[in-house]
Design a protein around this ligand. Structure first.
Ligand code: 5GP
Ligand code: ZN
Length: 139
């Protein structure tokens, strides 16, 4: 897509700090990182949601995530990471081109990425929710 920032980065029209590239995937440092080494991993094919990706692009994306996450732990002084995707405006997606964030973590780094409220639902309610989701699962 011609006006997509990530498509421009992949094509080299906007500079980026590239970490990894293969036939289907491009990974680079986030310009406003949450921590040192915060990366974005994107499919080269412009797709707004995961649903638009083919099997090969999907598996390349996850293969790259595994390799890059390992490298992040070995290269910088990190002891963990959060893998995060914002999908849809309501979930905070700003750039409408599929991407995963990998945010390196350290002990007591003060980031609050994984601190959501621990709601309490009854067992019956959980079963109902699980049923309504599982009924929609398809290939
Ligand atoms: P999201 O769409 O998941 O909310 O996040 C988009 C991410 O892309 C943000 O973390 C933002 O800092 C990053 N970003 C936006 N524009 C650029 C850019 O031109 N270069 C780089 N390296 N990152 C960008
Ligand atoms: Zn794009």
């Amino acid at each position: 897509m011609s006006d997509c920032v990530f498509c421009k980065i992949i094509k080299g029209e906007i500079p980026s700090s590239k970490v990894f590239e293969d036939e289907n995937v491009y990974a680079f440092l986030d310009i406003n990182p949450a921590s040192k080494g915060h990366l974005l991993i994107v499919p080269k094919k412009h797709s707004e949601s995961l649903d638009e990706l083919g099997e090969q692009e999907f598996s390349s994306l996850f293969a790259a995530i595994r390799k890059i996450a390992r490298a992040l732990l070995e290269s910088l002084d990190n002891t963990g990471f959060n893998l995060l995707m914002n999908s849809g405006k309501d979930a905070g997606q700003i750039i409408p081109h599929v991407h995963f964030h990998i945010i390196p973590r350290k002990k007591k780094d003060g980031l609050s990425i994984s601190s959501w409220p621990f709601l309490k639902f009854s067992g019956d309610h959980l079963q109902e929710i699980a049923k309504s989701i599982s009924e929609h699962i398809r290939d």
